[in-house]
Write a protein that binds this ligand. Structure first.
Ligand code: PLP
Length: 403
């Protein structure tokens, strides 16, 4: 077997080894616990376990909960965890401190953000533009948020979104990276277009945060949400985050004004006075075990730049595509992920027949990706713990299945 350039597959294995040796981020894999013999390419669904998490959670359970009991809320680190961990995520999404708060699921934060955006929008505007290919929960929540605020949802392909924004557009909801195809949208240009049209932007960062630079402050994004269990490795069901740009914080009117978002939660007053800053995005009691697991997981980012992660991510996905072209017989798979770097996230999605059965076969051979209906194999590349040899083995195994 040889690829279009006549390169023998053995060259690819040797090249992978050389690329791994030269990779400055390669040593970060030691910050994670991964099973031997497995190639894990599903970090865009559930990130791997960071090494410090188990010990930290054991300490929280036995000491902070088991011994300190209620004092851990008042004297310990628990009460302020949502904003403290939000500030730990902030550099990864290009946000200055004080604008990001952690808690609830992405779906719930999206509800807060969309209703909050509609309440910030210019009066008289009637439309909410929503990424037509969005992850379903965003569409469902947008529909409800629009109904509650008197707006109408207009589905739009992100490539056409800028042209669709006008003086009637109240809110624009877009994904930074499409969950199915891995297509990266131009956050800077689309946010600029929305600002020019006077619309409020809400970005879903689930598939970009931790994989590539986002630049929320730099590009003037209004509101954003994202989950932490993918490229941020927070653990199954770890809490999501809500970003409220500093300039909107005074006017941000949450549709879920729970007591944790109150200016004086322990005053127990019947009237609601929102807290200053992103804290007003909080709702109820935070899920401390998940939060503190996430906090410990974020230590894996110590000393790591998102720019370096992005450079490796592109090199990995380029190399994987090259290996797929070399190992998989022509015509068996088709990449639906854009080839251009500026349009590619950190995953490769391959369309094929019997995709579910192919993915089951891959997993049984130790290569874990995932399947998205109806016909897509998804391979997520998390540069903190995935190497070039993993990419080569995954493509080679795929080639064997089709061989
Ligand atoms: C783009 C996107 N948005 C939202 C969600 C849903 O998040 P949650 O289940 O935390 O509400 C996901 C989950 O994978 C997602 O990929």
């Amino acid at each position: 077997m040889s690829d279009a350039n006549g390169k023998a597959p053995a060259d690819l294995a040797a090249r992978a080894a050389a690329l791994d040796t030269a990779d400055e981020l390669g040593k970060l894999r030691d910050r994670f616990t991964l099973p031997d013999g497995v190639v894990y390419l599903d970090g865009n669904s559930l990130g791997a376990l960071a090494t410090g998490v188990a010990a930290r959670i054991a300490q929280v359970i036995t000491h902070e909960w088991g011994t300190e009991l209620i004092q851990s809320w008042s004297a310990g680190t628990w009460w302020t965890a949502p904003e403290r961990i939000g500030d730990k995520i902030s550099p990864l999404i290009g946000a200055a401190p004080g604008q990001t708060v952690v808690g609830d699921s992405t779906s719930v934060n999206l509800f807060k953000a969309l209703v909050g955006a509609a309440r910030l929008a210019r009066p008289g505007r009637t439309r909410m533009l929503v990424d037509a290919a969005t992850f379903p929960t965003d569409g469902y929540i947008a529909e409800s948020a629009a109904r509650m605020t008197g707006l109408t949802v207009t589905p739009v392909d992100p490539s056409d979104a800028a042209g669709a924004m006008d003086e009637d557009t109240a809110v624009v909801l877009l994904n930074h990276v499409d969950y199915r195809s891995g297509r990266l949208h131009d956050l800077a240009a689309l946010t600029a277009a929305a600002r020019a049209a006077g619309a409020v932007t809400v970005w879903d960062l689930c598939h970009s945060a931790g994989a590539l630079p986002v630049g929320l402050d730099e590009h003037g994004v209004d509101l954003a949400v994202g989950c932490t269990y993918k490229y941020l490795n927070g653990g199954p069901g770890s809490p999501a985050y809500l970003y409220i740009a500093a300039r909107h914080q005074g006017a941000f009117d949450s549709p879920l004004p729970g007591w944790n978002g109150h200016a004086k939660p322990f005053a127990m007053t019947p009237d609601y006075t929102p807290a200053a800053g992103a804290v007003r995005g909080r709702v109820g009691t935070p899920d401390i075990l998940s939060m503190l697991a996430l906090e410990a997981a974020l230590d894996a980012w110590d000393g790591v730049s998102v720019e370096a992660v992005r450079a490796k991510s592109l090199a990995l996905t380029d190399f994987f595509l090259e290996c797929v072209a070399a190992y998989v017989p022509a015509g068996r798979v088709e990449s639906v992920t854009p080839a251009e770097h500026e349009r590619r996230g950190s995953q490769v999605s391959l369309r094929t027949e019997n995709a579910r059965a192919v993915m089951d076969d891959l997993i049984s051979r130790g290569v874990i990706g995932d399947f998205r209906a109806p016909d897509v194999l998804r391979f997520g590349f998390t540069p903190l713990y995935v190497g070039f040899a993993d990419a080569e083995r995954a493509a080679r195994t795929l080639g064997h299945i089709f061989g």
